[in-house]
Design a binder for this molecule. Structure first.
Ligand SMILES: [Zn+2]
Length: 182
């Protein structure tokens, strides 16, 4: 997995760039939680569930099905999230889905069970540039800093660029149309 902070950074950067009117602070927070939530499955180790099990790490919680379930939950809680049902569904769903997709770009561990419950196969992208974060990694060890540097390059930087592009697009959209010359 990338570190849990990096998973949260994706919706936080993109959602903040979209602005408070598009993504309310509560929806932003829900997106950050949804992006981190799949790694709650590391608790499975405490119950003796093997990594490769469907309910092991990167198993069922890293599926499209779970992202859809979280999206549906968010859509039901749209009033609480101060948004519309559609916006809650899309933002939380994409935030949750970003987690297994990022994991599938890492260079270690097992792949993600994206298609669970239809298939327990584990999936990786063919190109995996992100250095995997060991489970329970200490951020300030040499290995932890290597992982953060890799995530900064392959996740934080592209997200920051996407956020800048979104802000620029918003600024352009807000700019008043030039007055017509008669
Ligand atoms: Zn994960």
């Amino acid at each position: 997995m990338p570190t849990v902070i990096t998973h949260a950074v994706v919706p936080l950067l993109i959602g903040t760039a979209a602005g408070r009117r598009a993504i309310s602070p509560r929806l932003l927070a829900a997106g950050a939680v949804a992006a981190m939530l799949p790694d709650a499955d590391v608790l499975a180790f405490k119950f003796g569930i093997a990594y490769a099990d469907a309910f092991g790490h990167r198993g069922a919680t890293h599926s499209i099905a779970l992202a859809l379930a979280l999206a549906a939950l968010a859509a039901c809680a749209w009033r609480l999230l101060r948004t519309t049902p559609g916006r809650a569904f899309v933002f939380v769903g994409l935030a949750a889905l970003s987690h297994p997709l990022l994991d599938a770009l890492t260079d270690g561990g097992l792949g993600v069970a994206l298609a669970w419950p239809f298939s327990a196969d584990r999936f990786f992208f063919p190109w995996r540039p992100v250095e995997v974060s060991p489970i329970g990694a200490r951020f300030f060890s040499t290995r932890g800093l290597d992982v953060l540097a890799s995530e900064a390059c392959w996740v934080w930087l592209p997200c920051a660029l996407a956020a800048l592009a979104i802000r620029a697009a918003r600024r352009t959209a807000r700019r008043p149309a030039p007055a017509r010359v008669p």
